[in-house]
Ligand binder design. Structure first.
Ligand SMILES: Nc1ncnc2c1ncn2[C@@H]1O[C@H](COP(=O)(O)OP(=O)(O)OP(=O)(O)O)[C@@H](O)[C@H]1O
Ligand SMILES: [Mg+2]
Length: 489
């Protein structure tokens, strides 16, 4: 029975399967090994992948992309609100859930993000079935290490809608580490590997120690909203300014123009990875006027300079959490399409004092490859033969528990803030308000700065905060007996 590993990417997805005792990347119906994570609705037809992406010129309102940036999010999420302004499709608010609205033959249809993701997953499942000549139901799907439980749950739900039995949601860097490990034998010598994964929508860094058959994830970090899509958006902004300079026409509200520009900017960005200059031409972008511009690699680097610098901060923070100095890293493994950007490689190499970066595994396919290895292992239940995978599962579970403890603490803080916001200023003096909200903000900052803090530390801090809150409530209750609260007892 076949089982698949799926890398459900922000921009590109990839599926791998065990065939003839080897893990293979499944080609899609166009023969490509990567499928754009795009879904388009055209009349009664639903298209996925490349066919959907290249529908952009004519059908920009009904082409859905970057769904990974929507999944498991609340509508009022400030980051999501920023994204909405850039997307060509419509997202509406239903009980604070973002719902995608498309026009199918003048009939407005609504879709949950999970349904759109499931369309991509279904396509990948079909491709794998065609490749294997049999039905496939079991899968492992990867997500960024930073995904919270709502995002993981929604991804799993998307798999379910696609008719998949999701054996596990696996962290992308773990999958990449599995792929890396299978291509390298370190025997008994411990090896510290830093996985640097800069994709289309997310940036993941992991520090992993591989010793023989065991690999221990020391720390994970990065940015859940940083990747090639952001670099493209900066280029789009640059083009808007250029067009305004040329014609005094503002394109920023013209969604069709924005969608078309974005495609051209992505092409130009890729060109700039091999050449120092690229052209961006869009015919009849506005009222019959063409847009023509050239952009240099230096300009591209300049407009994205802060984003690029953020990746190095992510590396430094992750090293700090792992309690490791950079000279202790033996291998820097590059994953994700955006690691092809020369400036990123140059900055990273400089950061590691000229150390050679490891390009030995395919940056686009490693995650799906590792996920398929993992999935195969799970299904075969051969844990004793592949002990290292079992170990990774254990460490993944530990990370999962840490994440849960962190979230419980975060929920508690937001609960308190919400409660005291409802209690309102009529019951609290400005000093008391400041005291409670200040303390909550302090704790939130601490959580943000100590992403890898252990469960014990998190629980201890939560207990202290609970004690503090009880004390504050006790004092307020002395003045106002009507204040009732579930935290007071
Ligand atoms: N040669 C290149 N130069 C610059 N960027 C590139 C190049 N090739 C691909 N990219 C960019 O890499 C990104 C896609 O990478 P990848 O497939 O790793 O991301 P993803 O898996 O879809 O996203 P994520 O992992 O963030 O969810 C896109 O933004 C794409 O434009
Ligand atoms: Mg990826």
């Amino acid at each position: 029975m076949s089982v698949i590993g799926i890398d459900l990417g922000t921009t590109l997805s990839c599926v791998a399967v065990l065939k003839n005792e080897r893990i293979e990347i499944v080609p899609n119906n166009e023969g490509d090994r990567l499928t754009p994570s795009y879904v388009s609705f055209s009349g009664d037809e639903v298209l996925t992948g490349k066919a959907a992406k290249y529908d952009m010129d004519f059908n920009h309102r009904n082409i859905i992309y970057q769904i990974k940036r929507l999944i498991g999010k609340k509508y009022n999420d400030p980051i999501l609100q920023g994204d909405l302004k850039l997307w060509g499709f419509e997202v509406i608010n239903k009980n604070n859930c973002p719902i995608i609205q498309v026009d199918c033959n003048h009939d407005l249809k609504l879709f949950h993000p999970e349904q759109i993701s499931s369309t991509i997953l279904l396509e990948l499942k079909h491709d794998a079935e065609t490749y294997m000549g049999s039905t496939i139901t079991d899968a492992v799907i990867t997500v960024p290490a930073y995904f919270n439980s709502a995002q993981r749950k929604s991804t799993k739900e998307a798999g379910k809608i696609a008719g998949l039995n999701v054996l596990q949601i696996l962290n992308e860097p773990t999958a990449a580490a599995i792929a890396y490990k299978l291509h390298h034998t370190h025997k008994h010598k411990a090896c510290n590997v830093l996985i640097f994964d800069l994709g289309g929508g997310t940036f993941d860094v992991s520090v992993i120690t591989i010793r023989g058959e065991v690999f221990d994830i020391k720390a994970t970090g990065g940015d859940a909203h940083l990747g090639g899509e952001d670099f493209d958006n900066r280029m789009v902004q640059y083009c808007i300014q250029e067009f305004y300079r040329q014609t005094e026409v503002d394109l920023s509200k013209n969604k069709r123009a924005l969608s078309r520009l974005k495609m051209k900017c992505e092409d130009a960005k890729k060109k700039l990875s091999v050449s120092v200059i690229a052209k961006i031409n869009v015919d009849s972008i506005h009222s019959g006027i063409d847009f023509k511009a050239t952009i240099s690699r230096a300009k591209f680097e300049d407009i994205n300079n802060d984003y690029f610098a953020k990746t190095l901060h992510g590396v430094q923070n992750t090293l700090n959490q792992a309690k490791m100095t950079k000279d202790k890293i033996d291998e820097i493994v590059l994953i994700g399409g955006s690691t092809r950007i020369p400036k990123i490689q140059e900055m990273l190499k400089r950061f590691f004092n000229g150390k050679q970066l490891n390009n030995s595994i395919n940056p686009d396919e490693a995650v799906a490859y590792g996920a398929a290895v993992y999935a195969t292992d799970l299904i075969k239940q051969k844990f004793s033969e592949r002990k290292h995978l079992m170990e990774s599962k254990i460490f993944d579970e530990r990370l999962e528990q840490q994440r849960e403890a962190r979230q419980t603490f975060e929920y508690y803080i937001s609960d308190i803030k919400q409660y005291f916001t409802c209690v309102g200023t009529h019951k609290l003096s400005s000093y008391e308000t400041q005291l409670i909200f200040g303390r909550c903000d302090n704790e939130s900052n601490w959580i943000e700065e100590h992403k890898m803090s252990n469960i014990g530390e998190l629980e201890k801090r939560q207990l202290h905060l609970e004690e503090f809150v009880r004390h504050v409530i006790y004092i307020i209750r002395k003045k106002d007996k009507t204040l009732s609260t579930r935290w007071f007892n």
